[in-house]
Design a protein around this ligand. Structure first.
Ligand SMILES: Nc1nc2c(ncn2[C@@H]2O[C@H](COP(=O)(O)OP(=O)(O)OP(=O)(O)O)[C@@H](O)[C@H]2O)c(=O)[nH]1
Ligand SMILES: [Mg+2]
Length: 428
């Protein structure tokens, strides 16, 4: 029987199982199930044990070997598991066969991630996105037969908006998917308009693996109070805050949903709209938790998702965060030598934050072009625009005109030109 947690929510007893590639060695100190365990906890499960198998090729019927499947069944009985959580993504047939052998509900990694998103989705957009992803991925897998066992509604893999679809047939589900697609497209268009309206602003986006410290960095840089926690996928909705990177360089800084290794494709697709901000950003800050034993594969998996979102070539700084939690800093110069745009910081202690600010300022200054504008002294709108969006270096008065010189982003210069009307402008 599942137990009640502190908040009065049923906690399912979970057995973790994972088939891993044959051991390569050299990964000492790293628990291969660590991430799966954290995902299971984020889904509200109470992890009771684990079974691991080294496997070079999955079994066509049960994914793990058939002997291993029996062992899992025994272990599941021994720990009274309500759910078996597989660290590998399984076909519907694998799930069915494993459930028959173990007589326990089986949930795979993608369903687990979708479940976390279903629990955490707060905004309308996030809820629609999860429902869509769940329908696409889980429909062939959704099943009723275990609900009577757990004596609770749903449970992991059966929770969230997808649950509503249990009773409807495929045809209705297809219709729901296309309705959702339309609603999401409308939201995407609206967001796109909002982002376009802000396009005269400097924009920077925080991206990175879940739990890297993106929201913490947003808070440290802007004084925002976005919720942060040591749980995977704390943030599901994009937040944007204004940040004064330097005098004359106001920036809109956005926090985004975290990435994860082998992100379910349906999720990448449906969270496209959430990532609209990043898709327009002048600069990406790729935040990495450098205190982890082996951050490199995580960096690579984020780069892979950025590539899928056509953001691979966008100017990017690699932000090595949680410097305070790092015992040995030897890795830092190695990573920095591979990528000159690397900055080590601690959003907790503030170390390196000033350097980050300077680097962002220098990035925007480098992107700026010189301007030399004469305008009427009464043109307060243009003068304040230049002061706000550019770096003014020189102001002189010539009768009723004022001559302002400095540097500004090229696209802002276009706007300034319009504000000044024809004939009064000298550009260098
Ligand atoms: N020691 C240390 N911990 C940090 C630092 N920055 C963030 N953390 C912790 O790391 C955990 C995750 O931080 P978040 O800011 O929520 O991470 P995130 O990248 O926004 O994570 P998701 O929204 O879940 O994708 C929290 O427990 C933070 O307190 C840091 O510089 N040093
Ligand atoms: Mg966050």
């Amino acid at each position: 029987m599942p137990e009640l947690d502190r908040n009065g929510v049923w906690r399912e007893r979970a057995l973790l199982v994972a088939a891993l590639p044959p051991s390569k060695g050299g990964q000492e100190g790293q628990d291969p199930l660590d991430e799966l365990r954290r995902l299971a906890q984020a889904a509200g499960a109470d992890v009771q044990g684990s079974v691991v198998q080294r496997l070079s090729r999955p079994d066509p019927a049960t994914y793990v070997g058939s002997g291993k499947a029996e062992e899992i069944a025994l272990k599941a009985r021994e720990v009274s598991a309500d759910v078996i959580i597989s660290g590998n993504n399984l076909s519907p047939a694998h799930v069915r066969n494993l459930e028959n052998i173990t007589n326990t509900k089986v949930v795979d990694r993608t369903e687990l991630i979708l479940d976390i998103f279903a629990r955490r989705a707060m905004t309308k957009q996030a809820r629609l996105q999860v429902e869509m992803a769940q329908l696409q991925y889980s429909l062939p897998r959704l099943r009723r037969k275990w609900t009577h066992l757990s004596r609770i509604e749903g449970g992991i893999g059966l929770r969230g908006p997808g649950e509503k679809q249990l009773e409807v047939d495929r045809r209705l589900a297809q219709k729901r998917i296309s309705d959702l697609r339309r609603s999401l497209e409308q939201i995407r268009k609206r967001k796109e308009r909002e982002v376009t309206e802000r396009s005269h602003q400097n924009t920077v986006s925080l991206v990175g693996y879940t739990n890297a410290g993106k929201s913490s960095l947003l808070n440290t840089l802007t004084g925002a109070k976005v919720h942060t926690s040591d749980t995977l996928f704390t943030t599901l909705d994009t937040r944007t805050r204004s940040w004064q990177a330097a005098k004359g360089i106001p920036v809109l800084l956005s926090d985004t949903v975290g990435f994860i290794r082998d992100l379910p494709h349906a999720l990448v697709e449906s969270f496209h709209a959430t990532l609209e901000e990043s898709s327009r950003a002048d600069l990406l800050l790729h935040v990495v938790d450098i205190s982890l034993p082996d951050p490199l594969p995580l960096i690579q998996s984020v780069e892979k998702v950025l590539g899928e979102l056509n953001l691979g070539a966008r100017p990017t700084f690699l932000i090595l965060n949680k410097l305070d939690a790092l015992r040995d800093r030897i890795e830092i110069p190695i990573l920095a030598s591979k990528n000159p745009n690397t900055i080590a910081v601690s959003s907790r202690t503030g170390e390196g934050i000033e350097e980050l600010r300077e680097r962002v300022r220098d990035f925007f200054i480098k992107e700026m072009v010189e301007f030399d504008i004469r305008t009427h002294q009464a043109n307060g709108k243009l003068i304040s625009f230049l002061r706000k969006m550019g770096r003014v270096t020189n102001v002189t008065y010539e009768e009723e005109l004022v001559r302002i010189r400095g540097r500004i982003l090229e696209r802002h210069l276009g706007r300034a030109t319009k504000m000044n009307g024809e004939g009064l402008i000298d550009e260098e």
